[in-house]
Design a protein around this ligand. Structure first.
Ligand SMILES: Cc1cc2nc3c(=O)[nH]c(=O)nc-3n(C[C@H](O)[C@H](O)[C@H](O)COP(=O)(O)OP(=O)(O)OC[C@H]3O[C@@H](n4cnc5c(N)ncnc54)[C@H](O)[C@@H]3O)c2cc1C
Length: 411
């Protein structure tokens, strides 16, 4: 007997294929709700996993190892995949505006589109620096730069990283490791490479404990990386004659670089600012304990784009990941008319920071140690996390949906 699909009664639309939504898709796929149609609007089909990003830059992982392929995941969750950029939300008409598709109607919306590094106030940063996000642009420019180095192996190399949080430090170590290895392969000395790290504060990774902060500084100095602490970058300009970027710090120091990587603190994306959704003073989506916006109960959010107003936490992938299960459960409860459950994120969490050469620092609260065991542990955790998105119970997967949206019923 032919099985008939129940009519669609509720449209749940996910915007952004970040860490939290990847987990939502996986969990939803385990138990789809009849009559509920899931749609993912994402500008990327291969979404980068932040935990592996610096190691991918260092050449320790392949592209596939460090990215979540959203296509099989969406099929598994019986989710329509709309490959497009969301450019606006109209919470009154319950629609998401997209760059290239007609507006998409929703009954329930969830936003997990991440953050962007703050560049606005620094002249030249938006034009001459490579922002850490969007990640694909960062990676493309990095690959192009590596190709340039291979084409001109004897040329001296100068790079700068701006931002000495954990992300900036790990990226600096990754860039350094990759270039030192590449220069060795090309028969060139590592002294051809100069790498600068500019940081506004007096210590790196300010949110980590004292031992970790000190150790990271030692690691960078031992690699010969030029640290410019308490030296906020004030301007970046282009030397038209040489094509070099000129980076000027508040101390008056000026360095000439081939490329500048911008990894400063997370800022909120512009496209939500006029949406009418509840926002924090910094422009992030303001959430209550159930991960619903304070303004619209049918709009949820998670990850870097949002702030839980009663439990603010640093913008880190680890928190986006932790929000996956409670967000899924509350979305499911919401569409089924059940009471939602509050979520309280942990205050202290384990951080594993790659220090290169097969080592990592494990830190939690006031405790920290650096060993090769911590590196193996991190590698294991990250691979296990990524395997969850590859080893889907394919027997339960639905037939593929087209990449374009089917007609949207009026809400
Ligand atoms: C170099 C670097 C290293 C880092 N290392 C770590 C680490 O080791 N551990 C850690 O916990 N955190 C780390 N972070 C922080 C981490 O990257 C973020 O906290 C994490 O990615 C946030 O996850 P998310 O789900 O909020 O969004 P993201 O991972 O940023 O994903 C958002 C997704 O939404 C898509 N998107 C964005 N805008 C739109 C739109 N308008 N329409 C449709 N789709 C859209 C994006 O393309 C992306 O796929 C690092 C950050 C950087 C820059």
């Amino acid at each position: 007997m032919m099985q008939t699909q129940p009519p669609i009664s509720t449209d749940v639309v996910l915007v952004g294929g970040g860490h939290t939504h990847a987990l939502v898709l996986r969990r939803w796929g385990m138990a789809p709700i009849p009559g509920v149609r899931l749609t993912l609007i994402t500008d990327l089909v291969d979404t980068p996993y932040s935990g592996m990003l610096p190691s991918y830059v260092a050449g320790r992982y392949s592209f596939d190892e460090a990215h979540i392929d959203l296509r099989p995941l969406a099929r598994f969750a019986q989710c329509r995949l709309v490959v497009d950029q969301a450019v606006g939300v109209d919470p009154d008409r319950q629609r998401v505006q997209c760059a290239h598709h007609p507006a998409i109607a929703y009954d329930v919306l969830s936003i997990d589109t991440g953050s962007t590094p703050a560049t606005v106030a620094v002249p030249g940063a938006a034009d001459y620096a490579i922002a850490a996000k969007p990640v694909p642009t960062l990676l493309r420019q990095w690959q192009e730069f590596l190709a340039e180095v291979e084409a001109h192996p004897q040329r001296p190399i100068a790079l700068a990283v701006v931002g000495g949080g954990v992300g900036g430090v790990e990226l600096t170590i990754g860039l350094h490791e990759r270039l030192v290895n590449l220069l060795a392969d090309l028969g060139q000395p590592s002294s051809n490479l100069t790498l600068h790290l500019f940081h506004r504060g007096p210590e790196l990774a300010a949110e980590r404990n004292r031992w970790t902060r000190r150790r990271l500084e030692q690691v960078l100095r031992s690699r010969g990386i030029q640290l410019h602490l308490s030296d906020a970058v004030e301007a970046i300009s282009l030397d038209d004659a040489t094509g070099q970027r000129l980076v000027r710090g508040a101390s008056g120091v000026q360095v000439e670089c081939d490329r500048v990587f911008w990894v400063t603190s997370a800022s909120a994306p512009d496209w939500l600012q006029d949406s009418g959704l509840s926002l924090t003073a910094q422009g992030f989506i303001a959430l209550g304990d159930t991960l619903q916006t304070l303004s619209h109960p049918n709009v949820f959010a998670a990850g870097d784009v949002a702030t839980m107003v009663h439990h603010p936490r640093p913008k880190a992938g680890v928190f986006a990941v932790r929000q996956g299960p409670p967000l899924t459960d509350n979305l499911r409860r919401y569409v089924q008319g059940q009471p939602l459950q509050p979520f309280r994120p942990q205050k202290q969490f384990l951080t594993l920071i790659e220090t290169g050469d097969g080592k990592a620092i494990a830190s939690r609260g006031p405790f920290a140690l650096e060993t090769s065991l911590a590196h193996c542990w991190k590698d294991r955790i990250d691979r296990k996390f990524m395997a969850r998105f590859r080893d889907l119970p394919v027997g339960q997967m639905a037939a593929p949906h087209p990449l374009t949206p089917s007609p949207i019923r009026p809400s």
